[in-house]
Design a protein around this ligand. Sequence first.
Ligand SMILES: Cc1ncc(COP(=O)(O)O)c(C=O)c1O
Length: 383
Amino acid sequence: MQLFDVYPLFGLEPVSGKGSYVYDKNGQAYLDFYGGHAVISIGHSHPHFVKRLQEQAAKLVFYSNSVQNPLQQALAQKLGALSGCEEYQLFLCNSGAEANENALKLASFHNGRTKVITFKGAFHGRTSAAVNITDNPKIVAPINRNYEAEFHEWNDLESVRTSLAKGDVAAVIIEGIQGIGGIHVPEPAFLEEVANLCRSQDTVLILDEIQSGYGRSGSFFAYQYTNVVPDLITVAKGMGNGFPIGGVLIHPRFEAKYGLLGTTFGGNHLACAAGLAVLEVLESEQLIPHAKQLGEQLMVELRDFSAVKEVRGHGLMIGMSMDFPIKPLRKQLLFEQHVFTGSSADPHTLRLLPPLNITEQEAEQFLSGLKTGLQQYHQTAKI
Ligand SMILES: Cc1ncc(COP(=O)(O)O)c(C=O)c1O
């Protein structure tokens, strides 16, 4: 059987990983400033993570959601304590798209409406309801266009206000920091007023923290740079450091009912062990303040590069907008400097999403690789 060929692949095969590096079969190290797509939060094969998974796998990998699983409770408690969202309730699932799918269902169950406000450049996943509010018509199939999705300009309060005033919007969904769109931070006053307007219309505010959450922004959640209290917060990616796990944090004003949501695999024993290991390491190694401090330092240094037009982001979620399309530079960085970086929907923006425990030396290595990469890029461009 052949694989269904949907991914354009780099000619590269990582076979192991440790900390901020992955290694190919020849032992060549690659500095991971992409975090395997914002997924690696505590570093590749962190020893505590590996130990937790090994021990749990040897005990019990899975049993269905029809029995007691104290690991779920432990995960919810630890997540509440570290994020400052103690009063929220947690529903566990397996991916980001699934988290958003469940959040949209909760919103629609709550107020009986179907219209959703989303934003230009948004990415919320590829499942049926989630892809309909993703700003990429190429990945939306006719079967997904089954409710009204309104795409507004980023930070455009007046257009959101006018739409919400009609009183027919089920949910507003917004990324804590827009990721795939090119790293755009919402203006705090915009987000705060959207939250107020949602409350006044009984519209549900969903904060998609799938990419920006779990400490990546230097705060547990990126929206925590504002005074917003979201109704629902969706998480995945960094939550499992590579183990598939996602979740919806649900404000206490939403009441659970048996059968309202459900999943076979969500919250399984092994996933919970992975989720707990991540939180334990974030706490014991103080990775969130570290991400904040190192990210700020890195952004200052990046602004000094002459080809850089703008540096956006918070913590270790950084977008570098260049004065040329970044595709060849990104390839150059990977194959010549052995550094992984991310692209975005904006052809000029390089996305940096390293593990939260990168060291200052690794940040320096990235900066010097970037310097050489840029020199080489400009030399090649001149020829
Ligand atoms: C902000 C955001 N939401 C949702 C998703 C979808 O997550 P998943 O690929 O785990 O379904 C992504 C994935 O990149 C994302 O960046």
